[in-house]
Design a protein around this ligand. Structure first.
Ligand code: ARG
Length: 468
């Protein structure tokens, strides 16, 4: 990056002195908006093509401009482009280089356009591409998750409420709960994409342009679904970026919950799962340690993504129409959100298929905490006892269990019958962990048969995404 103040600024005409050196650096965005160069060039090529189709540029001029832009693209890709801070941003850097390469024809590219509609177009093109890239990673993560849940459809573990053992569930069912969250997240992203995919170009600085442009054509060339309705809104709207950050915040919120459980479960106290060494790190002082760094870091990164959402909301608050320089501040939070989210989803997509379940430990834990107490109450209801009375009876049986250090299934029939004479020897089918989970056999229930079916439908849905 150079700081060559001799570079002429395209807006220099009405100024009588050079920009203050610090102000130049302070107001420049090229340090971070460079990453939009591919989309800036795509937008410019579409704009020039449209101008030529409308007779505003002639074909020879268009050809020179397009060839020049493609040559610049190659220069940037090869790392041979010299970015200049005094040219402020990605847009002016590329435009200045175009004129340097092809002469005065380059100066015609900006006809009927402003950086205000140009930057809004670039961000939308870039974000659309990133949403698609994130979507593929989410699909990869979900696919791994659902495959693991099918494999673990029969694995019994305790289900928790208040982090206290509540009822037995299957590990596959638990995994599918995470998939349900991610399924909504994916749908939300796709919905957000629809509002991202709208063309601002043609709005020019704020009021539109006096040239006979064809915005529909530009939209078609760039793959936009629609043209922005109002020129003032087109250049100032950043809802789409906020919406994306809100979607990202929800995904990270979900991944932070997922992370929290992985951290708990991989601890010696739970020991429900093991994470492969390649996703963990050690301690520089305690030789025995193996730390679940990936989930911990994902949990931690949730904070910065929430912060970025808040930054963008505050950035847009009370801004008068139309474009204000404030908007230049949209990029860093948005880019950081994209990068952070991508990293987290990718790490999870890599890690989830290699989670190692400690099935015996999960099962043993499910046998503690009177996890089948509700099953006993339901049994009594089936024998004609009102639920509230059944609840009370089982409560007393649990009390005996606590006092004598035994689970309900470890009591004899005579002992259990002391609480209710409706209890028969078929009670022991109900009090087993397998019986308990198998009985919750309805859509959305934890029974192994339901989990297998739910995993099958979820996988089918994920496969359909690929062909959409
Ligand atoms: N770098 C600017 C941004 O990121 C581009 C638009 C500048 N427009 C202007 N009128 N100064 O928003």
């Amino acid at each position: 990056m150079t700081n060559d103040t001799r570079k002429d600024k395209p807006w220099q005409g009405r100024f009588t002195e050079a920009t203050d050196a610090f102000v130049e650096a302070f107001t420049a965005s090229v340090g971070f908006d460079r990453r939009l160069y591919e989309h800036d060039i795509d937008g410019s090529i579409a704009h020039a093509t449209m101008l030529a189709a409308c007779g505003i540029l002639d074909d020879a001029e268009k050809r020179q401009i397009v060839d020049g832009l493609e040559a610049i693209r190659a220069e940037i890709r090869a790392g041979e482009f010299e970015w200049s801070v005094s040219l402020e941003d990605v847009h002016m850097n590329i435009e200045a280089r175009l004129t340097e390469r092809i002469g005065d024809v380059g100066k015609k590219l900006h006809t009927g356009r402003s950086r205000n509609d140009q930057v809004a177009t670039d961000i939308r093109l870039y974000l659309r591409e990133q949403i698609d890239r994130l979507g593929s990673e989410l699909t990869r993560l979900q696919t791994g998750l659902v495959q693991l849940s099918a494999q673990e459809a029969d694995t019994i573990m305790p289900g928790f409420t208040h982090l206290q053992v509540a009822q037995p569930i299957t590990f596959g069912h638990h995994l599918l709960a995470w998939n349900a969250m991610l399924e909504r997240d994916y749908a939300r992203m796709q919905d957000c994409r629809r509002r991202v995919n709208v063309l601002p170009l043609g709005a020019a600085a704020l009021a539109g342009t006096s040239y006979p442009i064809d915005r529909e054509m530009t939209a078609r060339l760039l793959g936009f679904d629609a043209v922005a309705d109002n020129s003032l809104d087109a250049v100032s709207d950043r809802d789409f970026a906020i919406e994306f950050c809100a979607c990202a915040s929800l995904i990270l919120m979900h991944l932070s919950r997922f992370s929290e459980e992985l951290v708990l479960w991989s601890s010696a106290q739970f020991d429900f799962i093991d994470l492969p060494d390649r996703f963990c790190t050690g301690s520089s002082i305690m030789p025995q340690k193996k730390n679940p760094d990936v989930p911990e870091l994902v949990r931690g990164k949730t904070g910065r993504v929430y912060g970025n959402l808040h930054a963008l909301l505050t950035l847009m608050k009370s801004q008068p129409l139309a474009y204000n320089k404030d908007n230049q501040e949209d990029k860093e939070p948005l880019f950081d959100t994209i990068d952070t989210l991508y990293g987290c989803v990718r790490a999870f997509a890599d890690m989830v298929p290699s989670i190692i379940p400690r099935r015996d430990n999960m099962r043993a834990a499910a046998g503690t905490g009177f996890s089948t107490a509700t099953d006993l109450a339901d049994y009594l209801v089936r024998k004609g006892i009102p639920f509230r009375d059944a609840h009370e009876i089982v409560g007393q049986a649990v009390r005996l269990g606590i006092d004598t250090g035994r689970d309900l299934s470890q009591m004899s029939l005579e002992e259990l019958r002391r609480f209710s004479d409706r209890i028969d020897k078929d009670i022991f089918d109900v009090l087993t962990l397998e019986g308990s989970v198998a009985s919750r056999n309805h859509i959305g229930g934890t029974a192994p048969a339901q989990v297998r079916e739910a995993a099958r439908t979820a996988l089918e849905r994920l496969r359909e995404r690929a062909v959409d």
